[in-house]
Design a protein around this ligand. Sequence first.
Ligand code: PMP
Length: 304
Amino acid sequence: MADRDGLIWLDGEMVPWREAQTHVLTHTLHYGMGVFEGVRAYQTDRGTAIFRLQDHTNRLFNSAHILGMEMPWDRDTINEAQRAVVRENGFESAYLRPMCFYGPEGMGLRADNLKVHCVVAAWPWGSYLGEENMRNGIRVKVSSFTRHHVNITMCRAKANGNYMNSMLALQEAQRDGYDEALLLDASGCVMEGSGENVFIVRDGVLYTPDLTSALDGITRRTVIALAKAFGIEVVEKRITRDEVYIADEAFFSGTAAEVTPIREVDGRAIGAGTRGPVTERLQSAYFELVHGRDEARADWLTLV
Ligand code: PMP
């Protein structure tokens, strides 16, 4: 990853990929206090376009605000940096990673006199959980790790440190032969995947956990909007593990994971044990949308 051609936006300048470096005493590397985004750009008939760019940038700034991090750039600059990395690297489609972190200007938890550095990188990234899984669904395990309690860390922020919990859960699930983990919150209710929000379908109604310890996913918001436009009832509520077991359908949503069907949880088939019809409809509407074929939502795409 570190050794390749291309350009990365770093602190206001486009720098060669190999030169986008930071010191080993970078503060965020030590304590995990930083914020980031995961964004995708897709090929459309009118050219490569970033999906919901402004929403991702807004969430990045909200994340920084939650952590009390002073952003050195305004939103327009970060939007332009994202367009530029896709354009100047000549990518037709890409995954984008904006990140803001404390530099090596000092050490210690007080984090005073530190500079906030911003980076935007992009690279081609296909289907996160695999093409085949997008058709047939993935196998999921309820994690032995609890998702963050709301007063331990704040999940409205997409903060670097929050992802240690995600990685522990994902590593455990994969070691046990599953594709992804499903994390419960401190009260035992279903919360989210390691990097995705979760939905279930039962009797034609779409349910998703209300946002306490889960990230306010932009794909989640998109799925909810698409479902409502189809006249599907959407309910945000506390969901228990057994409700997932007896759901007709289940799926994950996320920028990287897009809309990924779940065919099995803890060895129990979900519905027919394959991608269900509501999931398929929403998944296909999502792909139409991100590829610029949904005229009603064209303003969610920003050409690079
Ligand atoms: N939850 C977590 C923990 C995530 O990392 C992500 C991916 N950013 C999501 C949910 C989905 O968010 P989005 O749809 O904005 O990518």
